[in-house]
Design a protein around this ligand. Structure first.
Ligand code: GTP
Ligand code: MG
Ligand code: ZN
Length: 297
């Protein structure tokens, strides 16, 4: 038996594929993880036993720097939030939830608009640049912007996330044609994707790793993806210059009364769509707190 340190590249059907010392080992997770409710994730740094006459096992999962529920990946330091300008159209609330979830986990969000050969992406890109978030527009058809995304991957552990059909796998293929990832057709007029990518998988690109992940079709938040009321303003970095300047120290920045952040929205210094997303997330955060309080009584 040999002990080795590695990283989980993907998990399928109860097996985990661990890269260690330049090789891939198929491993089973030890029962103790199931008992403690910890599920190994793509991106986890692990200690494994390599056995000659028995299954290889994951013996230990090292402390995670970050963890995302959707897509399920660990230790990512950059999250590429991918939307297409059409087929399907961007939903800013989904993008903003994802940027906030990333920031709340200490992950840098990068917003990418694909298919800019089909429609103009500039107005979208501007919103995010104004909010101090890195934003790009790309096309896998004519290659525009692809090298800029490639450069952003350098030396990071990244994940691509976004709706099915926005072109995550296509963009990764454009960045590195050797990946030859399967891509799908758009299924109808609404531009829904067909869930072509079925599991999260890490690939080596530019001296780092990038995870391609299955697209989602809707974005129902569950509890694990909520940001607590008190943390939420900090997940919108463009609010920060105005903290401490509202009339009421308890200001939640959703009502006009003396709110400096709402003033900044009116002045055009904070994009109004970002503030709208914030308000709807705050509404949800408040409800969950009440519900939890009731449950604990
Ligand atoms: N016109 C145009 N079409 C694109 C572009 N990028 C991707 N597509 C098309 O969009 C469709 C979906 O692309 P995929 O790469 O499979 O999308 P995905 O985000 O990986 O989808 P899932 O794996 O289902 O989550 C394919 O038909 C691609 O050819 C682009 O830049 N321009
Ligand atoms: Mg895909
Ligand atoms: Zn305020």
């Amino acid at each position: 038996m040999t002990i080795a340190e590695g990283i989980i590249i993907k998990g399928i059907g109860g097996f985990y594929y661990v890269e260690a010392a330049g090789e891939i080992f198929e491993c089973k997770a030890r029962g103790l993880f199931r008992k403690s409710g910890i599920k190994p994730l793509a991106g986890d740094f692990v200690t494994i036993s390599i056995n000659e006459n028995a299954e290889n096992t994951i013996d230990q999962i090292h402390e995670r720097k970050s963890v995302l529920v959707r897509p399920p990946v660990a230790n990512v330091d950059r999250l590429f939030i991918v939307s297409s300008v059409c087929e399907p159209k961007p939903v800013l609330l989904i993008i903003d939830r994802l940027t906030a979830l990333a920031v709340n986990q200490g992950i840098e969000p990068v917003v990418v608009f694909t298919k800019n050969d089909l429609d103009d992406a500039e107005s979208y890109v501007e919103i995010y640049k104004k909010a101090g978030i890195k934003a790009f527009s790309v096309s896998c058809v004519n290659g525009e912007g692809v090298n800029l995304i490639k450069a952003e991957l350098k030396g990071h552990i990244s994940a691509f996330c976004g709706n099915s059909g926005v072109g995550k796998s296509s963009l990764l293929n454009a960045i590195d044609p050797d990946l030859s990832l399967k891509t799908g057709e758009i299924s109808d007029k609404l531009g829904r994707g067909r869930h072509t990518t079925r599991h999260s998988e890490l690939f080596k690109v530019e001296g780092g790793y990038v995870a391609d992940t299955p697209g989602f079709s809707s974005f129902e938040t569950d509890e694990t993806e909520l940001i607590l009321k008190d943390d939420l303003p900090y997940a919108f970095k463009e609010f920060e210059p105005y903290f401490g300047q509202c009339k009421f120290s308890s200001c939640l920045h959703v009502k006009d009364k003396g709110c400096r952040i709402i003033q900044a929205v009116k002045d055009g210094d904070i994009p109004s769509s970002r503030h709208e997303s914030y308000c709807s997330m705050m509404e949800q955060a408040k409800n969950i707190k009440e519900w939890e309080l009731k449950k604990n009584k």
